[in-house]
Design a protein around this ligand. Sequence first.
Ligand code: NAD
Length: 390
Amino acid sequence: MTAVTSERPLRMGLIGGGGAGFIGRVHVTAATLDREAELVAGALSSDPLRSRTAATEFRIDPSRAYGSFSELLESESRLPESERIDFVSIATPNHTHAEIACSALDAGFHVVCDKPMTTNERDAQAMVDAVARSGKVFALTHNYSGYPMIRQAREIVASGELGRILGVRVSYVQGWMQGVKRDETPARGAWKSNPELNGRAGSLGDVGTHAFHLLRFVTASQPHALLSRMSSYSPHHELDDYGHAILQLDQAATGLVTWSQVSHGRLNDLTIEVDGTEASLAWRQEDPNQLIVRSLGTPTRVYDRNPGAAYTTATAAAACRLPGGHPEAFFEAFANVYRDAFRAMRQVSGELAVDPSPSLYPTVHDGLEGVRFMQRCLESNDNDSSWCAW
Ligand SMILES: NC(=O)c1ccc[n+]([C@@H]2O[C@H](COP(=O)([O-])OP(=O)(O)OC[C@H]3O[C@@H](n4cnc5c(N)ncnc54)[C@H](O)[C@@H]3O)[C@@H](O)[C@H]2O)c1
């Protein structure tokens, strides 16, 4: 178990997550898992009445249940420093992220924002500028980078054990859209199929950006060009729900990113495989506590998530909360992104000494890269899948 890093919990304001909203509740669980933060305020819906009503479900005091994010920012800014929130978590539709995040940063609050960071490069750049202007922490919840075995995979690649990287395959495959009937509005997230709200990236933004971030996180590779082919098969969906991108990466390596939300029977099948000149590795989100490394002529190695084992790197061990054999998964990985962001927040405030080692939480620059990935895929697909420079 982890010890708390400071005498006081950081104070959280949640934006979104009311009603049937999915990920807002996950943010609260993840942020509070290590008792490093407490939820004290919220603007949980775009509808002021629903926003205030939903606050009771989150045990938010009525005096800090706000009707809108702007009311939350204004009212919290007026509170004494010892009471006001330290950060906001943004769990709202993608097209609202930029305005909320920039307003929160300009009001002096740290931001944890869900992905994709926003729907277009102009807004993404505005978010980069707002982070620089404010000096505040901005963390993007590409939560799969929080898995201990993914952090171990990143270190294995960085150590050179795989040799030169030849290729990377990452796919994020779901199938829930096959269950949505024509003329039926999904119970939640109808905005995801609406180009006027969500921009032109559908499943590409929803799950493709997670896959792309995992590729960059594990291999530290930078794309130089890509080509993409995208399709829309679901009858109720105007935007892409199936696609592939081929990427030219550093050192002539090739990346393949696949995303789908129309693959029958698939749930949250996020997989990464890395092929090097000396060895390969493979990891699957639906079996997240194992990492497989193979090398021709030697037995296959299966790394179990086990903080007590000599083969577990310090970084991977630090991402574990339970001894090996007790399953850890989605919440804990999500909480690791929060924990890294909290450390950075406490460093900014001077509560913790500045740690020179690189931060592991996805930053605003990772978010910009994710938005670029979406834009380049769309450009390539529009141009008959021709190569597009990064
Ligand atoms: N990291 C992950 O694994 C993961 C998983 C699912 C969704 N997401 C992301 O989280 C975000 C939300 O997705 P979701 O699936 O929870 O969507 P959702 O439609 O289920 O929920 C959105 C919530 O935001 C609220 N909302 C909308 N506009 C608002 C505003 N202006 N102010 C306050 N609240 C507002 C809605 O009332 C609702 O409660 C999206 O960016 C999505 O891509 C991330």
